[in-house]
Design a protein around this ligand. Structure first.
Ligand code: GLU
Length: 444
């Protein structure tokens, strides 16, 4: 049986690092096994779902290279959920309840004050037809709960090993609200059955749901898929991922200049035994992925690692790949320029500043005219890759300046700024005439 997995985001917000990791692990697992990846938009909550968020999810996944083999919307499948609900009602597994939120809350408080677990007491199962009719006559609409078996539900989790949930310690979950809205639990199972999903891969915050959902698969007479519940992401300090990082959207990361392969290599490899290096391609990440490499402890999300992988991805980028992007930024100064600058890039857009320094015009900043004159006097006749060490040594001998006192004035003269790219890289790229003009204080 070939592997089929799904990523089921709700279009009620943007994709962020946490849910992209879920998408990515699903994708890597499927592709590593020659299987397929389904994008399933979990939009049963019509009030909170929007077409813009849905489009954003697709754009982000496509940008990351996580292309799907199939896609569907839950909002188009309500008849299937009605069907399944009817079957569960007929078998007595889905039962109507009339309690209001306040009534349930009061009951929970009483249970807690008696030291009992706050589990739904199934009072609705005792209602007679007359009592139900009386509630309906009052204008109450039922919500529908799934009657759990109340047993130890066990499965072999691809990420956690042997896993168990005791459904006797859980309230019967509400599957349909009084306004008729299907909550996530049932549609998800119905879709997984209809689409013949072989493995459900998601965060470990869904472990408890899995207990109830396995019982729903059984109640609908369907085979139980495999499950993998991934450890959650934590920050570099091991504490919960900060709100800032956790809610950082993929579109914001794109705007910050992160490369898709850096993001996918990072999110795909943290918390695994693979070295945290940038992958050759997203396909390669899929081929090397295995749940057996995933540890049981939380995966540490460290921006410093992401920055390192981003730089690695740029350092390995060929001119052929970079060229259209350089052209877009009006910074394509040829292959030689790219080869020279790429080892110094942290973000692709760093090339803009480098190109501006090479191409000019730059307004030099000269704080000491005598120093600039002395530097001009020892400027080598031919500019080659060794310009910087050769020239700065000569300037040092001529002026006695050293350290910051030597390098900073030269940077200010050549670039007009006190910060910027590595001078040893960029200086040999500048025309000699231009350097001469800048040393004379002319914009060039
Ligand atoms: N929409 C659900 C979520 O994002 C899907 C969970 C699942 O994968 O079953 O949490």
């Amino acid at each position: 049986m070939s592997v089929k997995v799904r990523f089921a985001p709700s279009p009620t917000g943007k994709l962020h690092v946490g849910n992209v990791r879920t998408a990515l692990v699903n994708w890597m697992f499927a592709k590593g096994q020659g299987g397929s990846f389904v994008l399933r938009i979990d939009d049963t909550d019509l009030a909170r779902s929007t077409a813009e968020f849905e489009q954003g999810i697709e754009d982000d996944l496509a940008w990351l290279g996580l292309l799907w083999d199939e896609r569907d919307n839950q909002s188009k499948r309500f008849d299937r959920y009605e069907d399944a609900a009817a079957r569960l009602k007929a078998s007595g597994r889905l039962y109507p309840c009339y309690e209001t939120a306040e009534e349930l809350d009061r009951r929970r408080k009483v249970q807690l004050s008696r030291g009992l677990p706050p589990i739904y007491d199934r009072a609705a199962l005792e209602l007679t037809d007359e009592q139900k009719a009386a509630y309906e006559a009052e204008g109450r609409r039922p919500h529908w709960r799934f009657k759990l078996d109340g047993k130890r539900v066990a499965w072999e989790d691809l990420a956690r090993g042997h896993a168990e949930v005791d459904t006797a310690s859980m309230s019967d979950p509400v599957l349909i609200r009084e306004d008729g809205l299907f909550l996530y639990t049932l549609p998800s199972v119905v879709d997984d059955i209809d689409m013949a999903i072989t493995h459900i891969i998601r965060g470990e915050d869904h472990v408890t749901n899995t207990g109830a959902q396995i019982e729903i698969f059984e109640a609908l007479g369907a085979p139980i898929p495999g499950f993998a519940h991934m450890p959650l992401l934590v920050g570099a300090d091991g504490a919960a991922l900060s709100k800032r990082l956790g809610s950082l959207s993929i579109s914001e990361m794109r705007d910050l200049g992160y490369e898709p392969i850096a993001i996918t290599s990072h999110l795909g490899r943290i918390g695994t035994s693979d070295p945290l290096e940038v992958g050759a391609s997203i396909q390669a990440l899929g081929e090397s992925f295995a749940f057996s490499k995933m540890g049981r402890s939380p995966a540490r999300y460290d921006t410093a690692d992401l920055d390192r992988l981003n730089a690695q991805a740029l350092h390995a980028m060929s001119y052929a790949v970079a060229q259209p992007r350089l052209a877009d930024l009006d910074a394509d100064l040829g292959e030689g320029f790219w080869e020279a600058v790429r080892p110094n890039l942290q973000k692709f857009a760093d090339v803009i500043e480098m190109a501006a320094i090479v191409r000019g015009p730059i307004t030099p900043v000269i704080e000491d005219a005598a120093f600039a004159e002395a530097a001009l006097a020892v400027l080598p006749e031919t500019i080659d890759a060794s310009l910087w060490p050769t020239w700065t040594n000569a300037v040092k001998e001529a002026t006695g300046a050293k350290g910051k006192g030597l390098f900073m004035p030269l940077r200010l003269i050549l670039t007009g700024q006190s910060h910027g790219p590595d001078m040893a890289t960029i200086a040999p790229m500048i025309d000699r005439d231009r350097i001469v003009k800048r040393l004379k204080g002319e914009a060039a």
